[in-house]
Design a protein around this ligand. Structure first.
Ligand SMILES: [Zn+2]
Length: 591
């Protein structure tokens, strides 16, 4: 396998196979005290095991059944942390590390009660992707290295811990819980959440965890979970992780979702009240195959995780809600991709528009852009369109089963797909096209062109609207969230106050409970000084933590008259509710 430049591990010398993790979660000191016991395999000549760590304090390390051993830390690297080198012997089967995390561990988000919906209890959740697992567990933090794990976790009695593993469904009186993950996973899929959450089953193998006040809404929103799993299985094979549950995190969760195996972590902003934003769940579910089962070998190959996942997500949505619906999503994503390509060009970052990335010395988070996701999706779709869906589907299904529980890099992928098409269909995939998509900037000329009849109708409606004609506004009653988004995105930038009021009456935007619609509308209300929405804006900024929605609103405020003062005033009230990555963003933006 290729060398992973974001990990210090030397797996060809000694590698981890299984983790036994015994931990106590301490909210008062914002630390975890733990023993990580690694079962390892080593080359007979190897005398060291190298693990990734970041900010961990090691108490002591022993081998097998408590034999003392030496260890040393390398000089810290600001991005990668500190390599931990442990002396081992030829008979070493286990390495036991007694340690504690730092209160600033980057993967651990400690929330105060006021940052939760219930306001009564603190909350903790982790985000290990891409290279942060090392800040809470000493590990070989490379996506190409897999291991199984079990854990015993002690938490305060009124809280429930959950992991990317077999999970409890209710609290017990001891505060100690046992977890098992029997399928091997890479370190970036290690996950833990601890909070006052309850469980509600949706089906035999699917369910929802949320804070009690949000549980009912969440389980209504996710009624289709089981159908999504069935739909996904009918496309690309049996679901490989037994249970599929979703936890809805508190509002300060700054991301959309995270595909932790068996337990997707999700933002509460997908609780739109009309099940219209659940493609995010289809996405995280699709990761159960692309990413979690067949994993990018390094972060330079991130498009293999995300491009396949977006492709699979679109196919699940098509299966459940029809081609029309899925095409609508595809058109909207192509628009986003084109905007991103223009931005990258303007910022002189065209090199980052290749699917294969070069992230050496950079934070892998810089690869989290529309390129990996949407360009990756259209690349795979271009192969589907050229050779037909039946052939492509057979390929995808075999790709997942042939490479299950292992790592894939871009070069290996090219060899695999060419060989597959040659041996199964006697078809020769042209290097030229593959290379153009993968190693060249921008979008190749054979990029698929999705067409949505529904969005075309919205465009026709917009034309009338903009020309001053009175279109039939009753059509809006039939529109889905995505049609409304398309409408809002394509309105003129400047709209007079009278027209703003007409618009608001048409779409009831100011009172919308849908975070996607609310964000686009509020940007318009700031730009056009529509003050009827002022209190909605303030309330939304205070109660939302997902950066995707906050960034455009604060940016637009900064552009408007007196907007800076207003932004600073609202931010002062909102800041205690935000997650530290969001605080970092807005401290910088509003300084
Ligand atoms: Zn994803």
């Amino acid at each position: 396998m290729p060398v992973d430049l974001h990990s210090f591990a030397i797996p060809e010398e000694a590698r981890v196979r299984h983790l036994r993790w015994k931990a106590t979660v301490d909210f008062r000191s914002r630390t975890i005290h733990a023993t990580a016991t690694w079962e390892i395999e080593s080359n007979t000549l190897a005398d060291t095991l190298v693990l990734d760590t970041k900010g961990l304090t090691i108490d002591h390390i022993t081998l097998n059944d408590n034999q003392p051993t030496g260890f040393r830390f390398a000089e810290p690297d600001a991005l990668l942390g500190e390599a931990l080198t442990i002396m081992i012997r030829p008979d070493t089967k286990r390495v036991n590390i007694v340690y504690q995390t730092s209160p600033d561990a980057e993967a651990l988000q400690w929330l105060q009660p006021q940052q939760t919906s219930g306001k009564q209890h603190p909350f903790l959740f982790t985000q290990s992707q891409a290279i942060l697992a090392r800040s809470w567990i000493p590990c070989q933090d490379s996506p190409g290295i897999r291991f199984t794990y079990d854990a015993d976790v002690q938490v305060p009695e009124d809280l429930l811990p959950l992991m990317s593993a077999s999970n409890p469904q209710r609290k017990n009186s001891t505060g100690v819980y046992h977890f098992e993950m029997q399928q091997p996973i890479p370190a970036y899929l290690l996950a833990l959440s601890v909070g006052d959450v309850s469980f509600q089953a949706v089906s035999e193998r699917c369910g929802v965890y949320a804070e009690p006040v949000a549980l009912e809404r969440a389980s209504w929103e996710f009624q289709d979970l089981e159908n999504m799993v069935i739909g996904a299985e009918s496309l690309y094979g049996a679901y490989p992780w037994e249970r599929y549950d979703v936890i809805v995190l508190p509002h300060s969760f700054p991301f959309g979702g995270m595909e932790n195996p068996r337990l997707t972590f999700a933002t509460p902003t997908i609780l739109a009240g009309d099940r219209s934003l659940t493609s995010l769940i289809a996405h995280e579910l699709a990761h159960s195959w692309s990413g979690n089962l067949v994993t990018n070998a390094t972060w330079d190959d991130f498009w293999l995780n995300e491009g396949f996942t977006v492709y699979f997500e679109h196919r699940i949505m098509e299966k459940l809600y029809g081609r029309d619906y899925a095409e609508m999503l595809a058109v909207l994503s192509l628009q986003d991709l084109n905007e991103t390509l223009l931005t990258f060009k303007a910022e002189n970052k065209e090199q980052d528009t290749c699917l294969k990335l070069h992230l050496e010395g950079r934070n892998p988070d810089e690869g989290v852009t529309d390129i990996a996701y949407i360009k990756g999706y259209f690349f795979l779709r271009s192969i589907e369109e050229k050779y037909g869906r039946a052939k492509f589907d057979a390929f995808v299904k075999d790709y997942f089963s042939d490479n299950a529980f292992s790592a894939m890099n871009t070069e290996k992928f090219i060899v695999y797909i060419k060989k597959y098409f040659q041996s199964h269909y006697r078809l020769v995939l042209e290097d030229l096209k593959l290379n153009e998509w993968i190693y060249d900037t921008g979008l190749p000329s054979n990029c698929p062109n999705p067409v949505s009849g529904k969005l075309k109708k919205v465009e026709a409606f917009l034309e009338k609207w903009n020309s001053g004609e009175k279109p039939d506004v009753s059509v809006g009653r039939e529109w889905s969230t995505h049609e409304w988004l398309h409408f809002l995105k394509n309105l003129p930038e400047v709209v007079n106050l009278e027209q703003m009021e007409v618009l608001d009456n048409f779409g009831n935007f100011t009172s919308s409970g849908n975070a996607e619609i609310t964000t686009l509308w509020l940007v318009m209300t700031i730009r056009n000084q529509y003050h009827q929405a002022d209190s909605k804006l303030e309330q939304f900024l205070i109660n939302t933590g997902r950066r995707k929605f906050l960034i455009p609103l604060y940016r637009e405020l900064l552009k408007s008259a007196n907007g800076r003062d207003r932004a600073i005033e609202i931010y002062a009230k909102a800041r205690p509710n935000y997650h530290f990555v969001a605080r970092n963003t807005f401290d910088a933006l509003l300084k």
